[in-house]
Ligand binder design. Structure first.
Ligand SMILES: [Fe+2]
Ligand SMILES: [Fe+2]
Length: 214
């Protein structure tokens, strides 16, 4: 993993997103029951924050589509058998497991169920579900909004919180998981801003979690 020597505005460097965008607390509340599975009530707010940070470098992106997509992208885990989430969703050929496809489809269903009552029209909802559908199982991204959602989905894993939760999901020590981040996750990042953020976040996590020692 190459280390660009830029200082980037991210959580690890003491920054929060600056975007002056529509508050989505009504959507957060509507989605909350669907975010309790698999610690998505931790993953999702952090990835949402990273989506906003990456959006600062991409004014050409539709910020609302991106933010709603990342907010709901993993809500479908709430409709997957909890016993299968780890055993099938994070082991072996996890990226193409049945529960991976199922959580994408159910995430699209949840988006179609809760967004209309909050004033979102069919055209907007279709843009959101086009991103949620395949966000883990489709290799390529189809738009800048799709790219930013994918990057944000990965960026939280470079934080101490992400390493703490995801190392357990994958059955790895934090140090082993760091290697997965550097050799597997980092090369998958699409935008330059996401690579800068990942580098800053992992540098801080290595320091805080003593990953060069433990
Ligand atoms: Fe997912
Ligand atoms: Fe996710």
């Amino acid at each position: 993993m190459s280390r660009p020597s830029v200082t980037v505005d991210t959580l690890a460097t003491g920054h929060s997103p600056r975007g002056d965008w529509k508050p989505l607390d009504d959507l957060w509340r509507a989605a909350a029951p669907s975010l309790r599975a698999r610690s998505n009530d931790i993953h999702t707010p952090l990835s949402f924050m990273f989506a906003e940070l990456v959006l600062e470098a991409h004014p050409e992106a539709d910020e609302l589509v991106t933010r709603v997509a990342i907010l709901l992208h993993d809500s479908g885990w709430s409709r997957v058998d909890p016993a299968k989430i780890i055993s099938e969703g994070f082991r072996g050929d996890w990226r193409t497991s049945d529960v991976r496809y199922l959580h994408e489809q159910e995430g699209c269903n949840i988006a179609r169920e809760i967004l209309p009552a909050l004033g979102y029209d069919d055209e907007f909802i279709a843009k959101v579900t086009d991103i949620i559908d395949g966000h883990d199982t489709r290799l390529e991204h189809r738009s800048v909004e799709d790219a930013i959602m994918r990057d944000a989905d990965r960026l939280w894993r470079f934080t101490p919180t992400g390493i703490g939760l995801a190392s357990g999901w994958f059955g790895k020590t934090p140090r082993e998981y760091r290697e997965q981040l550097e050799t597997g996750t980092y090369p998958e990042l699409i935008t330059e801003r996401a690579r800068e953020i990942a580098t800053a976040e992992l540098t801080r996590s290595v320091e805080l979690l003593k990953l060069d020692v433990l």
